[in-house]
Write a protein that binds this ligand. Structure first.
Ligand code: SF4
Ligand code: SF4
Ligand code: SF4
Length: 289
């Protein structure tokens, strides 16, 4: 291995993940403990942690916008040159599960992708990256735009040269699991996409609690047989997806504003060269809905 050209191989990353895994889970649980919680806090807060969920498999309650959150991600992919897909999801590989498919790995964006050892996966063009997102949506995964300290540590890259888009499930994902037991210092580990709102239709809601069980942040409470959301909601869309009555509606106020604010978040956390308006962006310029 050319250690100057590439970072660690796949088997080396697997080993470091095995070491970090229990630490991350312990960190979430201990984030409730006096004193300790403030030591743990920086590992889940800015500037070392920025996670934005994108509900790629949820239909929004807005005309013509069934695939809107996914389109936002498509635009981002068109605006970044370097895109590398990991050949396996590290979390599902760690848990040795194949459903959702293990080969639906994270996507690495930015100059740091050149440091990915070839054993991890492959470079793709925008069409290949979009096809990967669409497949993840079909598999019911939630996308997360992520700048998290653990990634540059694991891949030996500069923090600001790297961005991940992860396609996560609720059973294996190192980040999504165990968040129900987080302490208050982890309250802001996930941020909602700007401009996304959720509402429950009280006439349709039966109070069954399916959404509350599915919420990885425990951000839903059923009171008086109606679901209510707390401020912790990250807008991942899982509740809207699982509600048997179709009672949870996600809406988006302004696609253009949402996209520009997402770009601003990425720019704040990284030095990724962003075109700002890619092919699809240009196509949709002025396409406010
Ligand atoms: S963060 Fe998500 S996509 Fe990435 S390795 Fe974990 S579950 Fe897989
Ligand atoms: S899953 Fe739907 S019907 Fe059941 S409590 Fe949640 S919003 Fe109400
Ligand atoms: S309430 Fe929970 S499941 Fe629903 S969008 Fe928010 S974080 Fe996701």
């Amino acid at each position: 291995m050319n250690i100057l050209k590439y970072g660690p191989t796949k088997s080396m990353v697997r080993t470091s993940v095995r070491i970090f895994w229990p630490l991350m889970i312990a960190g979430k649980r201990l984030s409730n403990a006096p004193l300790l919680k403030w030591l743990i806090y920086p590992f889940f807060a800015r500037p070392f942690n920025e996670l934005t969920s994108v509900p790629i498999n949820v239909k929004l309650d807005t005309p013509k916008s069934a695939a809107l959150p996914r389109r936002i991600l498509h635009r981002l992919l068109a605006d970044v040159d370097e895109k590398f897909i990991l050949g396996e999801c590290i979390c599902r590989a760690h848990d040795r599960v194949n459903a959702p498919p293990r080969d639906l790995g994270c996507m690495v964006l930015g100059p740091a992708s050149a440091r990915m050892h070839p054993s991890h996966g492959r470079f793709v063009d925008t069409a290949g990256a979009i096809a990967h997102v669409d497949r993840a949506a079909r598999e019911g995964l939630v996308a997360n735009v992520a700048h998290v300290w653990i990634d540059p540590v694991a891949f030996w890259t500069r923090f600001r040269d790297l961005m991940f888009i992860c396609f996560c499930d609720d059973a294996s994902c190192l980040y999504r699991t165990h968040m129900k037991h987080r302490g208050p210092s982890l309250e802001r580990a996930y941020r909602r996409l700007p401009g996304i709102t959720l509402a429950v239709d009280a006439k349709k809601c039966t109070g069954c609690g399916t959404c509350a069980n599915a919420c990885f942040l425990a951000a839903i409470e059923v009171r008086d047989e109606k679901a209510t959301f707390s401020e912790s909601c990250a807008g991942c869309g899982r509740c809207a997806e699982v509600c048997p009555e179709g009672a949870v509606a996600m809406t988006i106020e302004n696609e253009e504003m949402l996209y520009q604010q997402l770009l601003a978040r990425v720019r704040e956390m990284s030095d990724l060269p962003l075109k700002g308006m890619g092919a699809q962006g240009a196509e949709r310029r002025g396409g406010v809905q």
